[in-house]
Ligand binder design. Structure first.
Ligand code: NAD
Ligand code: IPM
Ligand code: MN
Length: 369
């Protein structure tokens, strides 16, 4: 069996702690003969800045380009608050997304049955919740030009970010959303602020036209992004697939995370387009959360978002659906058995990051022992 090449980028804060749990899983799957993985490690974020003075080195970018998939844990933290903008930790992550062409960010928010009481909403509002947020990841205000602070010379400065979307960028992300919806409950909610923003107006126009042309079998709604934020915490189960831009997708996925119990539960997949010759797509898998500086180094971090990101790699990069299902089931079973990291414990008994990772592995060994 040819080995899949994985690049591991632990990053900063809780990053190395949760990556250690992902590594255990990958090593177990290789040792059990379920799938062969070859792993390499690189530096990103503050860790790369401390070592090389950049947010990611050219060498690690080359490894990312040649890997079958990248696993990234988290970047950033107060230690690097004062570093120049271009080499701040987050710049490493943004460069990976842009240079690898990872325009489609899939952020599933699933409430495990055992965690209905951990959510900040009433149990009946989240019981059975399964939303897929499809966030555009390489465009919009994150990357639009100009992006600058200029000195106006009168004691004032002007900070500028630019929201830009072109037809093809909207069309390809909407296509991803419609295709996913067909494999789920066949409903897409597209979200922007077409009442205020020109790019939002174009977004709605392009999504509507693509729907009429190629996806009229899918139910499509449009919802202004502010209203969608409200509906997410009012009646979240009305949603199946949500497709939205880079910034709104960032905000709305953090909101959605609390429906599942914790930001520490949400994995993500960032996917590029299919290569016409090989059929392969570039991919990076990472939790939705950040480096959680407030709990770093204490063994308190929930590793499930990171482990869930490995599960998404099994699904979306390697087509190992049965293995992915087995890991998902192991997570659900461990939660059903009552194991909780502090973020989902609601004041009850807790286990550490590595105890949670070990328990999931022990459960998995029942399937692939
Ligand atoms: P954060 O996501 O790091 O933390 C927000 C809150 O959620 C904190 O209270 C934290 O303890 C908690 N939390 C996050 N992940 C958790 C986990 N796995 N288990 C338990 N609790 C968890 O957001 P922040 O504090 O606003 O940002 C910290 C740094 O992370 C910043 O530098 C930010 O830029 C960066 N960041 C990086 C990424 C990424 O690498 N993909 C994502 C978001 C933020
Ligand atoms: C995320 C993060 C990143 C983003 C930051 C760290 C650049 O918040 O992945 O959600 O804003 O996209
Ligand atoms: Mn975010």
């Amino acid at each position: 069996m040819a080995a899949y090449k994985l690049l591991l980028l632990p990053g900063d804060g809780i990053g190395p702690e949760i990556m250690a749990e992902a590594e255990k899983l990958v090593a177990f799957l290789s040792a059990a003969g379920v799938a062969a993985f070859e792993t390499e490690k690189g530096l990103v974020g503050g860790a790369a800045y401390d070592a090389h003075g950049v947010a990611i080195s050219e060498g690690d970018m080359a490894l990312a380009q040649s890997a079958d998939a990248v696993l990234l844990a988290a970047v950033g933290g107060p230690k690097w608050d004062g570093v120049p903008y271009d080499v701040r930790p987050e710049a490493g992550l943004l460069r990976l997304r842009k240079d690898l062409g990872l325009f489609a960010n899939l952020r599933p928010a699933i409430c495990y049955p055992a965690l209905v009481d951990a959510s900040s909403l009433k149990p009946d509002l989240v019981d059975g919740l399964d939303i897929m947020i499809v966030r555009e990841l390489t465009g919009g205000v994150y990357f639009g030009e100009p992006k600058e602070i200029t000195d106006l010379g009168n004691g004032q400065k002007r900070g500028v970010d630019t929201q830009v979307y072109e037809t093809y960028e909207i069309e390809r992300i909407a296509r991803v959303a419609f295709e996913l919806a067909r494999k789920r409950s066949n409903r897409v909610t597209s979200s922007e602020k077409s009442n205020v923003m020109k790019s939002g107006l174009l977004w709605r126009e392009v999504v509507t036209a693509l729907h009429a042309r190629d996806y009229s079998d899918v139910k499509l709604d449009h919802m202004l992004a502010d209203s969608l934020g409200m509906q997410l915490v009012r009646r979240p189960k009305q949603f199946d697939v949500i497709v939205t831009d880079n910034l709104f997708g960032d905000l709305l996925s953090d909101v959605a995370s609390m429906l599942t119990g914790s930001l520490g539960m949400l994995p993500s997949a960032s996917l590029g387009g299919e290569d016409a010759a090989t059929g392969k797509r570039k991919a990076l898998y990472e939790p939705v959360h950040g480096s959680a500086p407030d709990i770093a180094g204490k063994g308190l971090a929930n590793p499930i978002a990171m482990i869930g990101s490995v599960v998404m790699a099994l699904r979306y990069s390697f087509g190992l659906t049965a293995v992915a299902d087995a890991v998902d089931k192991a997570i659900a079973d461990v939660l059903a058995a009552g194991l909780r990291t502090a973020d989902i414990a609601a004041g009850g008994a807790t286990v550490s990051t590595s105890e949670m990772g070990d328990a999931i592995l022990a459960e998995l060994k029942k399937t692939f022992g």
